[in-house]
Design a protein around this ligand. Structure first.
Ligand SMILES: *Cc1c(COP(=O)(O)O)cnc(C)c1O
Length: 438
């Protein structure tokens, strides 16, 4: 039986736009993973999105499992978000002054996430982590930053060392253009390795401004912290007067009302946290926040400078607030159900086709590693059959399912993934698993 949702492999309108884009934009894209370099083929140029679906310029419809890399937790073009955006935009799109929406969004974040007493809004996750690092250095008067291999914190110079996400997808050693003495201020450790952490702190603990960690890693695939790991980070940093920065740009407000933090205990409370993606509702809005005494060092109260022309933008904050207001227990329950259904179906299909694989979860985020065995760090995440993933990806694309075009990214579900959308994904999996088997 032929799949009624099948999509032709050639995408002439996308290919034509890609040619034009390449003439004016490096690689034809404004963020590298969108270019399909690690899976091959023509990246699809989308024209519209609604609920769980994306539609490309050739008129093909896909079930979307990228969700704009996380933000679209309610699905695309959610009516409540569109309403809030229309209302806000009609009142003016940027004031360059304080406005009420910023207060409402900040109050919502502070109410959800206990360790956050004060929060500052910015426009991207990159800005949030960059500012949190500057603040940690300003607070401690120290310069070293500890990060974990395979964690991605945006394209901040000092954090583009052994980074996940696109850096992993393109198998880049590190980024060019980061001065060696800046990179040397960053110490990279294997994830989930408490002994390595203790060793570094024993030697240089009094020079470390902060440890930054993805609350649960999602940028090398889904790799949760081992039991007790976050508590160990908290204990070791506190013993040495360093701050703990928990990056929840991806997990924040996605894994639970309070993000990954919602699953941790008080013994793991970070000093600073960063947010983005879901809290912007599909617009550029992000944030960093935490302990009031640390945040008090920010200008205009304190000496650590940080600013933004569009920070707290009234339209972006309206979209973010409307999104968070719909992120309730019912939504999180549905996301867990959808993710269990898809992860189990992927696991079954790959098992039936005898493809080595491992499915891992970070709450409702999950990913499929094309290798056997548990993945707890970046070395293991990199040790997979990316060619098999490429075949799998294209078979799914041809069946009308848009997966992240990288073996190192999580699959994102939304509240709009209804049973019809799930059926489309589930019925596409067996053939894609056979394609992966080669
Ligand atoms: C996406 C992401 C960032 C960067 O956010 P941008 O908005 O792309 O700059 C930072 N940290 C984590 C954990 C992320 O997933």
């Amino acid at each position: 039986m032929t799949n009624p949702h099948a999509v032709p492999s050639d995408a002439p309108a996308s290919a034509a736009l890609l040619d034009r884009a390449r003439a004016v934009t490096p690689g034809g894209v404004n963020s590298p993973v969108r270019a399909f370099r690690s899976v091959g083929g023509t990246p699809r140029f989308m024209t519209s999105a609604r609920g769980p679906h994306l539609t490309d310029v050739d008129g093909n419809e896909y079930v979307d499992l990228v969700g704009s890399w996380g933000p679209m937790i309610l699905g695309h073009a959610h009516p409540a978000v569109l309403d809030a955006v229309h209302t806000a935009a009609a009142r003016g799109t940027s004031f360059g002054t304080p406005s009420e929406n910023e207060v409402l969004l900040a109050e919502e974040i502070v109410a959800r996430v206990d360790p956050v007493e004060r929060v500052r809004l910015v426009s991207s996750g990159t800005e949030a982590t960059m500012s949190a690092i500057r603040l940690a250095r300003g607070f401690t008067g120290r310069s070293l930053v500890v990060k974990f291999a395979g964690h991605y914190h945006g394209h901040v110079d000092s954090l583009l060392v052994a980074a996940g996400s696109g850096v992993a997808t393109l198998a880049l050693p590190d980024s060019a253009g980061v001065p060696a003495d800046m990179a040397s201020e960053t110490l990279v450790l294997p994830y989930n390795d408490v002994a390595a952490l203790e060793a570094v702190f024993a030697e240089r603990g009094d020079q470390v401004a902060c440890v930054i960690t993805e609350a649960a890693a999602g940028n090398m695939g889904a790799v949760p912290p081992a039991p007790g790991f976050t508590e160990a980070l908290r204990r070791v940093t506190a013993e040495h007067g360093a701050l703990l920065v928990s990056d929840e740009v991806m997990t924040g407000f996605r894994c639970s009302r309070a993000g990954w933090w919602g699953f941790e205990g008080v013994d793991a409370a970070p000093d600073l946290m960063t947010f983005g993606k879901v809290m912007g509702g599909g617009f550029p809005a992000a944030a960093f926040g935490g302990r009031a005494d640390v945040m008090a060092l920010l200008a205009p109260d304190g000496p650590v400078y940080q600013a933004g022309t569009l920070s707290g933008n009234p339209v972006a904050t309206a979209a973010g607030l409307a999104t968070l207001q719909h992120c309730d227990d019912a939504l999180y329950g549905r996301l867990d159900e959808v993710s269990r259904t898809l992860a189990t179906a992927a696991d079954d299909a790959l098992t039936a086709a005898r493809v080595p694989h491992r499915v891992q979860h970070v709450s409702s985020m999950f990913s499929v590693f094309f290798r056997d065995g548990e993945v707890t760090d970046y070395d293991a995440a990199r040790d997979q059959d990316t060619a098999a993933f490429g075949r799998f990806f294209h078979a799914m694309l041809d069946a009308g399912v848009y997966l992240p075009p990288s073996a190192f990214e999580c699959w994102f579900v939304s509240g709009a993934h209804d049973d019809a959308a799930l059926d489309r994904v589930v019925s596409a999996l067996p053939a894609a698993a056979r394609a992966a088997a080669g």
